[in-house]
Ligand binder design. Structure first.
Ligand code: SF4
Length: 335
């Protein structure tokens, strides 16, 4: 069922243990032991992915829902997820699947080629590996993506940004676009609240360097990551290290899972973040999860290029990747 050739790349033997190379936890596993994510196990000296092909979530979504706004606008993306995750975010909206750690499940097996057939049947232009953290099932994503590419279907990673450098090095030619969660600029927030290494900055720089289309999302949680200082740090990092053309999605938080002591993000806070990003030179900032209209404007002549309401495209004037009025190239993957 699993393709050993792909799989062998993502662990190494060290004495009587193996080290999983799929994410920055780099779990060292004794025989029979399962990693932090609950999805990868040392079984007789080999890494076994317990969730390979065992999908627990599958929907056809507009690509805008990922969110990706500069990637095949208006297209459909077959979106899938499994059990498990390598973070423990107390505000996770998919906690009922991501926080399960007994990841062996009896859902029907869907092979990579079956999944691609579904994408073709439903006229999806991409497959999105999402809902839980796809790095923990990268061997499945990778096997599927390679088949999808042969049918002209693109592949999207919606990720928390702690995949290993080994996985990112493997992505070019397989994964076309990533949306990386930029949850905070504070390493302690990652370590203490999310129970995760703080490696997202290097991840995003490497994704960019590898030529994979990158957009990033910050969920603004009142009292956690909404200070002027932190919003400046986040947007300055995007501007200086990833480029002012990198889309920044500012997303509204709603209380859920273990985080019910915070209020939903007020619109004025999202607008404050927008203004800070704008001041720091970001050209494409979008407010999400708040039911408001988002517009992509030409950074040169200022005309409205794409207008969206929630996840729907009201109009798209971009022509061959350019502004039709002044011919400025608009960054993204448009066709
Ligand atoms: S994917 Fe990450 S958390 Fe899971 S076993 Fe591998 S290194 Fe550990």
């Amino acid at each position: 069922m699993q393709q050993e050739s792909v799989y062998n790349k993502f662990y190494k033997k060290e004495g009587d243990k193996i080290t999983c190379l799929l994410c920055q936890h780099y779990c060292k596993l004794k025989n029979g032991q399962t990693g932090v994510c609950g999805a990868n196990k040392n079984e007789n000296g080999k890494l076994k992915n317990l969730v390979y092909g065992r999908l627990v979530a599958m929907h056809i979504d507009p690509v805008e829902k990922k969110p990706l706004y500069h990637f095949l606008p208006g297209s459909k993306s077959l979106s899938i997820g499994t059990l498990g995750c390598n973070m423990q975010c107390p505000f996770c909206q998919n906690w009922h699947i991501s926080q399960v750690r007994e990841s062996v499940n009896n859902t029907d097996y869907i092979s990579p080629s079956n999944l691609v057939e579904m994408a073709i049947k439903h006229k999806c232009e991409s497959i999105a590996y999402t809902y839980n953290e796809p790095t923990i099932f990268y061997p499945y994503a990778c096997d599927t993506a390679k088949i999808a590419k042969t049918h002209g279907i693109k592949n999207i990673f919606v990720t928390n940004g702690i995949e290993s450098k080994e996985v990112i090095e493997d992505m070019p030619g397989i994964i076309d676009a990533c949306n990386v969660d930029f949850k905070s600029f504070n390493p302690d927030f990652y370590k203490k609240i999310l129970k995760s290494p703080f490696g997202i900055l290097d991840t995003m720089k490497l994704i960019k360097k590898k030529g994979i289309w990158l957009e990033t999302t910050t969920l603004i949680i009142p009292g956690e990551n909404d200070s002027e200082e932190e919003l400046n740090q986040i947007s300055l990092f995007i501007a200086n290290e990833l480029g002012t053309e990198t889309p920044w999605h500012i997303s509204a938080f709603y209380p859920q899972y273990k985080m019910h002591d915070k209020m939903a993000t007020p619109i004025r806070l999202l607008e404050k973040a927008f203004d800070i990003g704008n001041k720091n030179g970001l050209k494409y900032i979008y407010i999400g999860n708040a039911g408001i209209t988002n517009t992509t404007k030409c950074p040169s002549c200022g005309i409205d290029l794409i207008k969206r309401k929630a996840y729907h495209i009201l109009f798209n004037k971009i022509t061959k990747g350019k502004c039709p009025a002044c011919n400025t190239k608009i960054p993204g993957i448009w066709e």
